[in-house]
Design a protein around this ligand. Structure first.
Ligand SMILES: Cc1cc2nc3c(=O)[nH]c(=O)nc-3n(C[C@H](O)[C@H](O)[C@H](O)COP(=O)(O)OP(=O)(O)OC[C@H]3O[C@@H](n4cnc5c(N)ncnc54)[C@H](O)[C@@H]3O)c2cc1C
Length: 288
């Protein structure tokens, strides 16, 4: 199908893009990689009257460590994460996630900012960002504000971004020594959205006691979900098989999957348990 007609704008500065959002109102949409928005427009699930393409605005694509954060510009593409020198050492979780997203064509176009701004619980980066306690920088008419990731996703395809906000940066606290992270999703076939996915970040002290635990879940809840009871089960403990099993059990109990063509609720809960155990083990190995 072809989308409904729309007007196209290609601003070259952030200020210009924000002014357009103010002027055009709530029928205007930001266009980044277009790999979530355009399929929705073709299916007529979305029919924005105006598209504001932000790809001509310089300075929104970068991956760098600065001021205690890994900073990712909103227009950074999946493929750039895959090929960045900064990512493999402390952030292998991004390679785990990115390589499971669709196919190279999608990864050459899809942006990390768009992946979060879309607010889709089936996307993979939200769970990763929840596990890593990211912050999202939104720029609007009043300037910049920082939104903790725990406050970013608040409804089905809904985020804390206002109508005149542009997501400009994602900030991830640089992990302490002794940190490991990992992500995996179960998919029906290569390139599919997750049946269930689990992101884990852990920090272990010299005695092997867990001093930080972050666990995010993909596509098993109307919004991306942080498995807080599972995190609490790990914190302050040595990660024995019993402790890990308890965390996995909590994750499978606390998610809210629905029956669909990827599986029924019982199956998805079971898979969340299995993946949580596996990702805790993988994060522990990487923390060594
Ligand atoms: C075949 C296929 C398979 C896919 N499989 C997966 C998968 O397995 N896992 C996965 O995570 N994703 C998957 N995707 C989605 C893909 O990763 C998208 O590219 C991504 O979710 C959205 O990024 P985008 O840059 O394309 O955003 P767009 O499609 O341009 O925008 C998406 C939404 O976010 C808004 N937006 C975008 N950027 C900003 C910004 N900077 N500020 C404010 N609002 C903004 C737009 O207005 C729009 O509402 C798949 C896509 C396709 C086509």
């Amino acid at each position: 199908m072809i989308p409904a007609p729309f007007d196209y704008y290609a601003p070259t500065t952030l200020d210009e893009a924000i002014s357009l959002l103010q002027e055009l109102g709530d029928e205007a949409k930001i266009l980044a990689g277009g790999h979530s928005l355009l399929p929705m427009m073709k299916l007529r699930f979305a029919s924005p009257e105006q598209l504001i393409d932000i790809n001509n605005i310089p300075g929104l694509s970068y991956i760098k460590e600065e001021d205690g954060f890994l900073k990712i510009g909103a227009l950074t593409k999946e493929a750039e994460l895959e090929h960045s020198d900064t990512i493999p050492g402390k952030y292998p979780i991004f390679l785990d996630a990115t390589k499971l997203i669709a196919d190279p064509q999608v990864r050459n176009m899809g942006t990390i900012g768009g992946n979060l701004a879309h607010g889709d619980a089936a996307n993979d980066h939200p769970a990763v960002m929840l596990a890593m306690r990211a912050e999202v920088v939104a720029t609007g008419p009043e300037g910049q504000r920082t939104i903790p990731i725990d406050e970013f996703f608040y409804g089905f395809y809904m985020t804390a971004l206002g109508e005149t906000d542009i997501l400009t940066e994602i900030r991830i606290p640089i992990p302490a020594a002794g940190t490991g992270n990992a992500y995996h999703k179960l998919e029906r076939k290569v390139g599919d959205y997750a049946t269930a996915g689990v992101a884990v970040q852990l920090t272990l002290d010299s005695e092997g006691v867990c001093t930080y635990a972050g666990i995010g879940l993909t596509n098993v809840n109307p919004t991306p979900l942080r498995a807080e009871r599972s995190e609490q089960a790990l914190l302050g403990n040595k990660l024995t098989e019993e402790v890990i099993a308890q965390a996995a059990q909590f994750a499978s109990e606390d998610c809210n999957p629905s029956d669909d063509l990827r599986g029924d609720e019982e199956y998805k809960r079971a898979m969340v348990g299995v993946l949580t155990k596996r990702m805790i083990h993988k994060a522990m190995e990487r923390a060594q």
